[in-house]
Design a protein around this ligand. Structure first.
Ligand code: SF4
Length: 174
């Protein structure tokens, strides 16, 4: 036991080092999302995450937006518990047949104006689950999708860039 504890102290971690993140660029990106949301909505952005059958890899990256490192709430961007308080639905997963109704109900409960973002390859076209008897094959087969963010899973910076692009796109189409 002592040997095992000793080895665990001196061994290098087996996990890959985290990719470097430019904190200033990240802060600028998140602040741009916040500014654009205030211009477009008159307030900060509220996001509801919907797991429509993902492997949870995409959720880990989405949750990272709220951790102490990214801390999106400092820019006023927040995740909400109810679709009734949301502006954006971030949907992950290939939409399993079991989640279809829950997803359509969540969409119906979200007030206008609302946007749907398909997060990850599975949400875009089924990804690694494409062709399975148990899935619908992507969010756009069920709901109108405003933005697709590719990746398996997409990184938090990609999610932020996607949200910014979405808000800018909607502001231009007004
Ligand atoms: S895109 Fe990749 S990480 Fe995201 S739910 Fe699908 S398999 Fe998992």
């Amino acid at each position: 036991m002592r040997k095992m504890l000793f080895n665990s102290v001196i061994r290098v971690p087996l996990t890959e080092p985290a990719p470097p993140v430019d904190d200033a660029a990240l802060a600028e990106l998140a602040a741009s999302v916040e500014r654009t949301a205030r211009r477009r909505l008159g307030r900060s952005l509220s996001i509801r995450e919907v797991d429509a059958g993902s492997c949870n890899g995409c959720e880990l990256e989405i949750h990272a937006l709220n951790n102490a490192f990214y801390d999106l709430e400092r820019f006023g961007i927040r995740f909400v518990a109810s679709p009734r308080h949301a502006d954006v639905l971030l949907v992950t997963g290939p939409v399993t047949k079991n989640m279809r109704e829950a997803l359509t109900r969540t969409y119906a409960a979200t007030p206008d104006p609302k946007w749907v973002v398909a997060v990850g390859d599975c949400a875009i076209d089924g990804g690694v689950f494409a062709g399975s008897y148990a899935v619908e094959g992507g969010v756009s087969s069920i709901l109108p999708v405003d933005l697709r963010i590719r990746g398996c899973p997409p990184r938090p910076e990609q999610l932020l860039r996607g949200l910014l692009a979405l808000l800018q796109m909607s502001a231009r189409s007004q």
